[in-house]
Write a protein that binds this ligand. Sequence first.
Ligand code: MN
Length: 461
Amino acid sequence: MTFEDDIRAVAHQIQDADAVTVISHIDADGITSEAIMMQACTDAEIPAKSVFVRQLEPMTMKYVPEDSSLKVFIDLGAGQQNLMEERGMRTEEVAIIDHHITQNVETPYLQANGQPYGHTQLSAAGVGYLVAKEMNPRHPHLGMLAKNAVVGNVGDMMAREHCGLTGPAREIAADGEKAGTIEILQRQFNSYGISTRPLRICLSYSDDPFIPGISNNELKAETFLRKLEIEERTAGGRQRVWEDLDQDEKSAIINGLAQQMLATGQDISRLLAEHYIFPEEERGTPLRNASEYATMLNACGRWARPRVGSAVCAGDRAQAYREGEEMLRHHKRIIREMMEYILDTGTIALSHIQHIHVRDRFPDTIVGIGAGMALSKLDFEKPIMVLCYLNDDPELVKVSMRTNTRMVERGIDLQAALMAASEEIGGGGGGHKIAAGAYIPRNAEEGFAERVNRIIAEQRR
Ligand SMILES: [Mn+2]
């Protein structure tokens, strides 16, 4: 079997269905995945409904209806096939479209997943797009589906490692470019917020790459721009963003940043990246590029309104878009509040990490993001660990950790550290080297930071 065979098999299973239920996850990848599959079913005239879950687990299986519809699990399911088996679901009742590690079960459920074939930078929305395209290569909405797939891929950090999409995910972006829904901008400054962040913020918030003298220093970013004679405002007084700059201005900034980095012996390999712009969206809005669009969808999901995001992906630029913008504003405000709380309260520094317990002050869904933001203003050599309580489970504590690329280069692997530390005490963790999370029993929170500190100390080289 090849990846293409799997995609074909899943596409046929869906085409043969009398009705479909799409079960998806509430983050940007899950929301775009759902939008792609719903559009694919609508265009194929297959009645379809969808369900969003925070995680697929025994508790949330009850949201998967017990009817005769084909259950299409997307952005989840690969690692939860045991739950489908326990429910007694048969091969012909299920199709899985995922990018997470798969589980071996007795029932041979059909699955499209690039991961076993080495496509590690292809998220569920990307695989969903390939399935939708297989269902109808002349799909009338291919450009829109490609756009959603690129948002999902970028939202799931598939463009981070290589400063741009690669492999099948890159080909999807090219499909979108052909259809006119995506513009691929090459060799741009590797930064977030190119459509909405004022220039000096865009520069000074840069953490990857870290630019000595500019990262974390808005005043110096302003001086830097003034020296290059780059106007920060338009003639009309509006703050300019990266997207507003002409090619000469962009080159001047990139050259200036490169010089500044080289002068201090920094590696400039992460200075440039590819950006994905959506020309049909209004300039200056968060829908204008893939990474800011993904943030809006994540905000909708994290504040329990994934359907708002889904409606935006399906093209709603009225009510749902206004609500999405409001979720995004709210999301950013709470994260800023959390960051300020951490900075005001201060973290407890151990030899190799720093930690803080925010209890039930902030929802667990944003604690990791707030931790990452706070770390950019703290001692970057010590990964930050934030603990918080969960409002729906008094027995558990959520642990979120963040570090940066500079520390990963020095051997730090937060996923390995949290997995080892939490499994010893009956918890569980996962994530990436740079960002990871875990759930631990509340009675084990005492001494957990010291446990992680010891593991991190051993990782440092
Ligand atoms: Mn995903």
